[in-house]
Design a protein around this ligand. Structure first.
Ligand code: URA
Ligand code: CA
Length: 442
C-alpha cells in the first residue's frame, strides 16, 4: 500500500477501505506519514466527501488510535452532550447538574475554547479552585457518587484527532462534514459515552453556517452513533446571535447559576430543557420527552439542580460558596458601556464578531499558549428583535487590560446591526435528527 495511491483514489472520489484508512491514520499517529500527505488527503476529503461507511470506518480508526475509558462500573446509562461550538454557549454548566439532579449520569468530556468559540473547561475553571484534570479513577468515582463530572481530554485519548485537528486548523479543512463528524464522535466514544445528545449549531456564529449543511452534519453524526451502537440524537440549534447574554468565563458561570435559580435568559433555559428532555429519554430515566421536560423543570424549580452544581464544584475541589456569593468569582477592574447611535430594532448580532471581541479582551486564547482571563467578557443588553433608542446600552464590556479597548468597542458596536423595521428573533431550534428520522420546525 502506498499513501500516494490512497490520496489519489480519494482525489478521484473513490471511497477508501478500512485497511486504507488504518494505514493512513495509524501511519500519521506513528509519524510514518508526514503532515503534507495528510493535508493533501484532508483537502481531497473536503472536495470529494466520504460515504457514511467510510466516515464510520474513519471514526473507528481514530478511536482505536489511543486509549478508551471504561465507565461500565457506574450503574445506569452514561450520557454525554456535545456542542459543535458557539458563542456564549453556557449550556453544559446548567445541563450537567440538571441531568444529575434529575437522576441521569453525565460523564462529560469537554474541550477548551477554539477560535472565536468558548470552551466548557475554561468556564468551569473560572470557579476558584475547580480542577478539570482528574484521573480516570477520580472521574469515575465522581460520576458515580455525584451523578456528573466534567474533565478535560486526558493524555492519550484519540491522539489521531489531536494531530488531525491541529493540521486541519491551519490547512482550511476544518469545515468538512465527515471530518467534523468523525472528530466529534471518536472523542465521545473513546471517553465512554453510551448515549449522546449533540447540539449542532447553525448560523453566523457556528462552524457550519448553512442550515441544510447543519442537517447533513446532524444526520452523519447520528448515523455514526447508530452504527457504533451509541444512541445518538442531534438537535440543530440557531447560532445567529450569542446564546443568553453573557460571553466570558466567570460571567457565564453567573449566567448558569441564574438559569439554575430560574432567572436565566429564556433562550439558554429553553435549549437546556430541550436537550435535557432528550438526555433523560436516551438515558432511560424517563419514557417520554414530555416527562423529561417536566422532570427538568421540577429540579430547576426545587433548587435541586443548583445544589447539584454545588456538589459537583465541591467534588472537583472548587469553591461552592462562589456560586451564591459572586464577589468570590474573578471580577474585572472596570466596565465599559457600548451604546447605540441609532433608534430602531436590533436586526442582527454577529455572533462571530462578539466571540472575537471577547477573545481580544482575554476571555479566549489567540494562540494555544495564551492564558485566559476568567473575569473579562461581554454582557449583551439587547438581543435580536429588541427595540433600542439612541444612547441606550447595547452591551457592557468587562475589562482588565484596556490596550485593545478601542478595537474591541468598535467590533462590538459593528456586531450590532440596527434597522428601522421591526424584526422577529431567529429560530432557536431548527429541528431534530434521530436514528428514526428527521423533524424540521422551520
Ligand atoms: N469540534 C470537534 O471536536 N471537532 C471538529 O472537527 C469540529 C468541532
Ligand atoms: Ca451565555
Amino acid at each position: 500500500m502506498r499513501v500516494y495511491d490512497i490520496i489519489s483514489r480519494k482525489k478521484e472520489g473513490k471511497a477508501l477501505t478500512l485497511p486504507e484508512l488504518e494505514f493512513l491514520i495509524n501511519g500519521y499517529v506513528q509519524n510514518r506519514v508526514p503532515d503534507y500527505q495528510i493535508a493533501a488527503w484532508a483537502m481531497a476529503v473536503y472536495f470529494q466527501g466520504m460515504t457514511v461507511e467510510e466516515t464510520v470506518n474513519l471514526t473507528r480508526t481514530m478511536v482505536a488510535s489511543g486509549e478508551t475509558i471504561d465507565l461500565s462500573s457506574i450503574p445506569g446509562v452514561k450520557l454525554d452532550k456535545h456542542s459543535t461550538g458557539g458563542v456564549g454557549d453556557t449550556t453544559t454548566l446548567v445541563l450537567a447538574p440538571l441531568i444529575a439532579a434529575a437522576g441521569g449520569r453525565m460523564a462529560k468530556m469537554s474541550g477548551r475554547g477554539l477560535g472565536h468559540t468558548g470552551g466548557t473547561l475554561d468556564k468551569f475553571e473560572a470557579i476558584p479552585g475547580f480542577q478539570v484534570e482528574l484521573t480516570q479513577h477520580e472521574f469515575i468515582e465522581i460520576v458515580g457518587r455525584v451523578g456528573a463530572a466534567v474533565v478535560g481530554q486526558t493524555g492519550n485519548l484519540v491522539p489521531a484527532d489531536k494531530k488531525l485537528y491541529a493540521l486541519r486548523d491551519v490547512t482550511a479543512t476544518v469545515d468538512s462534514i465527515p471530518l467534523i463528524a468523525s472528530s466529534v464522535m471518536s472523542k465521545k466514544i473513546a471517553a465512554g459515552a453510551e448515549a449522546i445528545v449533540l447540539d449542532v449549531k447553525a448560523g453566523h456564529g457556528a462552524l457550519v453556517k448553512d442550515i441544510d449543511e447543519a442537517f447533513v452534519l446532524a444526520r452523519t453524526l447520528v448515523e455514526i452513533g447508530d452504527q457504533m451502537n451509541r444512541e445518538t440524537v442531534a438537535i440543530v440549534t440557531g447560532m445567529d446571535q450569542p446564546l443568553g447574554f453573557a460571553v466570558g468565563n466567570a460571567l457565564e458561570v453567573i449566567e448558569a447559576v441564574e438559569t439554575l435559580q430560574g432567572n436565566g435568559p429564556s433562550d439558554l433555559r429553553e435549549i437546556c430543557l430541550v436537550l435535557g428532555a432528550h438526555l433523560l429519554v436516551i438515558g432511560k430515566v424517563v419514557q417520554t420527552l414530555n416527562e423529561g421536560r417536566a422532570r427538568c423543570e421540577e429540579v430547576l424549580r426545587s433548587g435541586r439542580a443548583l445544589s447539584k452544581l454545588e456538589e459537583m464544584v465541591k467534588a472537583q475541589k472548587g469553591d461552592p460558596a462562589s456560586l451564591r456569593d459572586w464577589s468570590r468569582l474573578p471580577q474585572a477592574q472596570t466596565t465599559v458601556e457600548i451604546s447605540s447611535t441609532m433608534t430602531g430594532f436590533v436586526h442582527r448580532i454577529l455572533a462571530e464578531e462578539i466571540g472575537i471581541a471577547a477573545t481580544l479582551l482575554g476571555a479566549g486564547r489567540e494562540t494555544k499558549e495564551s492564558r485566559i482571563d476568567p473575569a473579562v467578557g461581554i454582557v449583551l443588553k439587547k438581543k435580536i428583535g429588541d427595540p433600542v433608542e439612541a444612547g441606550e446600552p447595547l452591551a457592557l464590556l468587562h475589562v482588565n487590560d484596556s490596550t485593545r479597548l478601542e478595537n474591541v468597542s468598535q467590533k462590538v458596536k459593528n456586531a450590532f446591526q440596527i434597522s428601522e423595521e421591526q424584526v422577529t428573533a431567529p429560530p432557536l431550534i431548527y429541528g431534530i435528527v434521530t436514528s428514526k428520522g428527521e423533524e424540521r420546525y422551520h
